[in-house]
Design a protein. Structure first.
Lengths: 782, 289, 168
């Protein structure tokens, strides 16, 4: 009799099956692929942020030996490819034609025999620019007299993109009118960038002999990209194969379609040879999907210590093209989750988006569709309220949490939270931290002239997009899929519509099959990323893989188990009702020696089936989630601030997460630690900014600072488990929780170190000079 | 990411290297660690027609004391300095600076001499060695000359070296048995240039500072000596008042700019705080010897 | 521009390098970066490129046993020298303890920083067989990871250190 542990389904820290190729250096990332006859493409980028293009002379570049083609916007325009649709219903220039609209915008491409020659040729392209007035903030963009950036759009008379509201304005006004106190906060979530270690890349191989278009692409959503390629480039969809192989990190940066992909495809079509484009880091930071750049004004209405209303006005800087990667019905993503973990009866949220002379984007970087911004705002507001009310920040949160009994809970902005126990997570965090002792220590330290700060954040986020009637990407409903086939020898192949960029799907999804069907994870091969061989899905971002793809996997595994039951009944000559399922076998009730293992049943599916039954043991399921899922937790950060320099050091990070059922605790913890490190980087270091001429500061890794192992603190992790009631295995997804929830914890900690002297806010990235300025003003500087 | 083409030379003697430099003049660049030059070439901010790789020349990697001088050869890597017991023994400002330069992988190849010849105004060695009163040996077609480091740095990325000259040795006078120093660097992150840094190097006689070197990084168009602060300390004990005054003068000597790392006022204050902390550390270390 | 496109000279050299114990030779442009030599000329794609300012360490290889950024070296500089890339970590079909460490401690997620990270770690352990957490973090501070938050990488190195001490 097999022991239960042999199967290792949910809750087991199975070591990752995908590791072997990576530790041998045998991963296949896009740039590792070489095709016969392959050419290399490099992009010429605009040095100016806003300028009319008077002329482009490519003759010297085209004459360089080794150069095969030079592509400009003018050439693309002849094939109707100079502009392409974005995921947010706008258009984006593939290569600039009339104007350049941000520094770094793609202006021309050289295709050559080697990337060195392509780069040589870039220097030989002469572009004559006529500089125009530059707009670098949304406030500037929306002011009277601002130059119209998108003057090529019919009817676009200014730089305003959209206005969007959620919640109940009237009820909120009433709450504010009746409030004892209103706490407000103006804060800016600066522009940062996901910066996965692997830059974006593609190889477009349009084979004239077969008519097939094979495109290797760093894609987090290969099927959606295939459909968009078909619609945009006019290629026939059954002839397009997108292969997203190993991806060196995505974090939302690899969701949009970039001009480089489109031009490489067009070039391959024109030249009949494969064309490879690998962007450099500068191109990645200056032009691809950035994150945030969100100006927020929040007001919290309180009656006593109870939150009664929340009002938020935001201004979103979307860059030169509105290219947010988010469900199309939500112009500001899921920002309206902003009431967070708190039972706030009335809320109203208003956003306006503006064009500026900067790269397009805004929704990326483990943000769960702008939940990072929302979570930051509410947690910073609550902290501010605690100081103004002179209530302990943990207690103010506790008093206002949505209570366990209130779930499922409908928020003031219409989200139906599936499950939660916020108080339990807070208690675990405070206990782990030794909160009461720490507050005493903080007091003592102050007397010695040392500044210690404790920052909390109790986040609730919303992931798992999503129910088809509300959630779509460019019209494609956000279901996801799983196709499972069990071979006669009891091994299985699971094909998915999601696509890992390091999240460990080859192991965790195999564990779901193991849990439902009893086939050990090592016997389940998981395939993702090749659109010719996988069922249609919407990809991996916004922590959706487990909530959607994981659910589809569980459902299809159960369907196969149902079929296996019928086969077992046939083999054991009993009725289906008389059979019990035990980990990996059916057992006749009351006759424990009469069993059939899943492996025996798989074999039988091909060799000995009841009359009328179809052979085989396989199926595909497309799962439409009934709701989103709501992971939550409490993070606590302890810092000490140097009064001489304003530099701060993290002494402790305690992170308690609840993502429902944990498929693989080791993988879950890995995701959380990665997110906590990113949260630290965002809070402390990372910034993309622009001078008044629109020059980008932060377009390389010397200026855009990512945390190393030296700055990154160590993390103490804890957990609570509150399953999702609607998810087949009770799991919620966790990939982004820590990036969403932790920045506020870090910032709250630094503010807390200075709060006794009246400091209430510090803007991210909280660099030492900003802290020092606050110390000076508060009379705390050394 | 893709440099322009160049002719590559890997001479095995200094003479051979110099003859290539004579031929190409300012169209040649000298390559030692390459950790500053090659990144510039990849971005095409530098596109020399000839590259003279010094790494095959023997005899340029010595780190030793001789005749009252610390001698550091042109090919001595930052990592060697980081590990040197000799530097830790009496050259604290250098021992402190070495591990704070760039990141640990860059330090395996980057050289002290190369760093000085590159003359990045935000370079750490420049200040540490100015504080230590260093000089360089430069060899050219006419022979070898000694250039005090004060005169070596002419401006940002500009030195007193002729295009036909190579730095062969960096030399630091022995500060004596009772010396103490420190190099304090505020950086946003490992590998970043200094937001502001201060190097101090003090030799003592009878408990009083005989010679004080104080130099500043990242707060001016080049590495700066804080001369008024140095003079204020000379002949004095390093007590609280002397330290506070020197720190005040050092902050005054700084010429910082507002930039993404902070305001000028902020950096000036860091100079003050670090000069104080550095001098205290120098006094402590002297005590321990 | 003083030169026309067709006048640009191409400078080449023959380079002889030992890579993972094997002698390799090729005629290449002098401007070819070592990382491109490894990836494109020799087909060893385990060494990765993550940036263009020598800041990220993804391209780290061992040059005569010492970690070096292969994107910040010309291939010609490696003439006559020994290189170790990630492909050279396995010996006789067996994992190097560092590879086991990364696997068993979940020290990798997307795998892109992993080759460089492991090589830096092996050099650390050769120099310091029993490093503290602080020493490990300091030694790998030139290798950026975006996925793991570094904590499991530290554990991976500690795991390897323990295994190597026991002679595994």
């Amino acid at each position: 009799m097999a022991a239960v542990d042999e199967v290792r389904g949910l809750g087991h820290s199975v070591q990752r099956k995908e590791d072997e190729r990576f530790i041998r250096g045998k991963g296949t990332y896009v740039d590792d692929v070489k095709l016969p006859g392959m050419l290399h493409m490099e992009i010429l980028r605009s040095p100016l942020a806003h300028a009319r293009i008077r002329s482009i002379d490519t003759s010297r570049a085209a004459a360089l030996p080794g150069v095969v083609a030079v592509v400009t916007g003018e050439l693309l325009a002849q094939h109707n490819l100079a502009w392409m649709p974005t995921l947010s219903g706008d258009t984006q220039a593939v290569l600039a034609t009339d104007k350049v609209r941000f520094q770094g915008q793609e202006v021309a491409c050289v295709v050559a025999e080697t990337p060195y020659i392509a780069k040589d040729a870039l220097e030989l392209i002469d572009v004559d620019y006529e500089p125009l007035q530059v707009v670098t903030t949304p406030q500037q963009a929306l002011a009277d007299g601002a130059p119209v950036i998108r003057d090529e759009k019919e009817g676009q008379l200014d730089n305003h993109i959209y206005h969007w509201e959620a919640g109940d304005a009237e009820a909120t006004e009433k709450a504010f009118a009746e409030a004892d106190r209103v706490v407000s906060l103006d804060t800016f979530y600066p522009r940062c960038h996901p910066a996965p270690l692997e830059c974006c890349a593609c190889i477009a191989d349009l084979n004239p002999a077969t008519g097939k278009a094979t495109i290797y692409m760093t894609s987090q959503a290969p099927h959606a990209h295939r459909t968009l390629f078909a619609l945009v480039a006019g290629l026939s969809e059954e002839k397009i194969r997108i292969i997203s192989p190993d991806i060196g990190g995505g974090f939302g940066n690899k969701v949009p379609i970039y001009p480089g992909y489109v031009v490489a495809t067009a070039a391959s079509l024109l030249l009949g040879r494969p064309v490879k484009w690998v962007e450099d880091r500068t191109g990645n930071l200056i032009s691809t999907g950035f994150a945030r750049d969100f100006h927020m004004h929040g007001e919290l209405a309180l009656k006593g210590d109870r939150m009664t209303g929340l009002k938020v006005k935001m201004l979103s800087d979307n860059g030169a093209f509105f290219a947010d990667a988010q469900p199309s019905k939500f112009r500001a993503g899921l920002f309206h989750i902003v009431t967070g973990s708190y039972d706030i009866p009335a809320a109203h949220v208003e956003t306006d988006g503006a064009y500026t002379n900067k790269a397009p984007g805004g929704v990326a970087y483990r943000c769960s569709f702008r939940v990072t911004e929302a979570s930051y705002l509410i947690e910073r507001l609550v902290q501010t309220a605690a100081y103004e009310l002179e209530i302990d920040p943990a207690e103010l949160r506790r008093k206002n949490f949505v209570k366990k009994e209130q779930f499922p809970y409908t928020s003031a902005t219409g989200f139906e939270y599936d499950s939660g126990d916020y108080e339990a997570a807070l208690d675990v965090a405070l206990e782990k931290l030794g909160y009461a002792e720490l507050r005493k220590e903080q007091e003592e330290a102050r007397k010695e002239g040392r500044l210690i700060g404790i920052g909390l954040a109790s986040f609730t986020e919303v992931v798992g997009a999503g129910p088809g009637k509300h959630y779509d990407i460019a019209g494609l409903r956000m279901f996801d899929s799983a196709e499972l086939r069990v071979h006669p020898t009891g091994k299985a192949v699971l094909k998915l519509g999601v696509k890992s960029q390091g999240q460990g799907h080859e192991t965790t999804f195999a564990q779901i099959v193991a849990a439902e069907l009893g086939i050990p994870p090592e016997d389940v091969e998981v395939q993702e990323g090749d659109t010719d061989h996988t069922p249609y899905g919407l990809g991996t971002y916004a922590s959706r893989s487990t909530p959607t793809g994981g659910a589809a996997t569980a459902v299809i595994s159960r369907k196969l188990r149902d079929k296996a039951r019928r086969i077992a009944a046939h083999l054991l000559e009993t009725s289906e009702e008389d059979l019990e399922w035990e980990d990996n076998r059916f057992v006749v009730k009351g006759a424990p020696d009469r069993t059939k293992t899943i492996q025996e049943l798989a074999f039988a599916a091909y060799t000995d089936i009841p009359d009328g039954m179809e052979a085989g043991l396989e199926g595909v399921h497309y799962y439409d989630p009934p709701n989103m899922t709501y992971p939550f937790g409490t993070y606590a950060v302890v810092v000490e601030v140097d009064r001489g320099t304003g530099a701060w050091k993290v002494n402790r990070v305690v992170a308690v997460d609840d993502c429902g059922v944990r498929i693989n605790p080791m993988v879950v913890e890995g995701q959380i630690m990665g997110g906590l490190a990113e949260g630290f980087g965002i809070a402390a270091l990372q910034l993309i900014t622009f001078d008044e001429d629109g020059n980008c500061v932060g377009a390389n890794f010397m200026d855009y600072l990512l945390p190393t192992a030296w700055e990154t603190p160590a993390f103490e992790l804890g957990e609570t488990v509150t399953p999702s009631p609607h998810h087949p295995i009770g799991a919620k997804g966790v990939g982004e929780s820590a990036t969403v929830g932790s920045p506020a914890a870090y910032v709250n900690a630094v503010v807390d170190a200075l709060a006794h002297a009246g400091v209430r806010n510090l803007e991210m990235p909280v660099t030492s000079d900003k802290v020092w300025a606050a110390l000076q003003e508060a009379g705390l500087a050394e | 990411m893709y440099p322009a083409g160049f002719e590559y030379f890997a001479p095995t003697s200094v003479e051979e290297a110099l003859s290539v430099l004579e031929r190409y003049g300012d169209e040649a660049k000298v390559l030692a660690g390459g950790q500053s030059l090659i990144p510039l070439m990849k971005l095409r901010f530098a596109s020399p027609r000839a590259l003279v790789d010094l790494n095959r020349i023997e005899g340029l990697d010595g780190l030793y004391e001789d005749d009252g001088m610390l001698n550091v050869g042109a090919l001595v890597r930052h990592k060697t300095c980081e590990r040197s017991e000799l530097l830790k023994s009496r050259y604290d400002v250098l021992a402190d600076a070495a591990p704070q330069i760039s990141d640990p992988i860059v330090r395996n190849l980057g050289t002290m001499a190369g760093s000085l010849a590159h003359a990045d105004p935000q370079g750490d060695w420049g200040s540490a060695l100015l504080a230590a009163g260093a000089q360089v040996q430069a060899r050219g077609p006419g022979g070898t000359r000694t250039i005090p480091l004060d005169e070596f740095f002419v401006g940002p990325f500009t030195t007193a070296l002729e295009p036909t000259e190579i730095v062969t040795w960096v030399q630091v006078p022995d500060p004596g048995p009772r010396a103490g120093g420190a190099y304090l660097k505020l950086e946003r992150r490992v590998g970043d240039f200094a937001t502001a840094a201060v190097g101090v190097h003090v030799s003592f006689t009878n408990g009083k500072a005989e010679r004080a070197g104080i130099a500043l990084t990242g707060v001016g168009p080049r590495n700066l000596r804080a001369r008024a602060a140095e003079e204020a300390l000379a002949g004095h004990e390093l007590d609280d008042d002397a330290i506070a005054e020197a720190a005040r003068l050092a902050a005054e000597a700084a010429e910082p700019q507002d930039d993404v790392r902070g305001s000028a006022e902020y950096k000036r204050n860091v100079v003050r705080v670090f000069t104080e902390r550095g001098l205290r550390k120098a006094a402590e270390r002297r005590e321990e010897r | 521009m003083t030169e026309t496109a067709t006048e640009q000279a191409v400078y080449t050299r023959t380079v002889n390098v030992t890579v993972n114990g094997e002698a390799r030779s090729a005629e290449i442009e002098t401007r070819l970066l070592l990382v491109h030599f490894l990836r494109d000329t020799l087909g060893l794609t385990g060494t990765h490129i993550g940036c263009d300012t020598s800041s990220c360490g993804a391209c780290t290889v061992l040059l005569d046993g010492i970690p070096a950024k292969s994107c910040t070296l010309f291939a010609v500089q490696a003439d006559g020298r020994e290189l170790t890339t990630v492909e050279g970590l396995m010996q006789d079909g067996q994992h190097h303890p560092i590879q086991d460490g990364f696997h068993e401690e979940h020290g990798l997620q997307c795998g892109f920083c992993t080759p460089g990270m492991m090589l830096t770690a092996t050099a650390l352990l050769a120099d310091n067989p029993d490093p503290s957490e602080e020493e490990i973090r300091w030694a790998i501070s030139g290798n950026i990871c975006r996925c793991t938050g570094y904590q499991n990488i530290v554990k991976a190195v500690q795991h390897a250190a323990a295994a190597m001490k026991e002679g595994r």
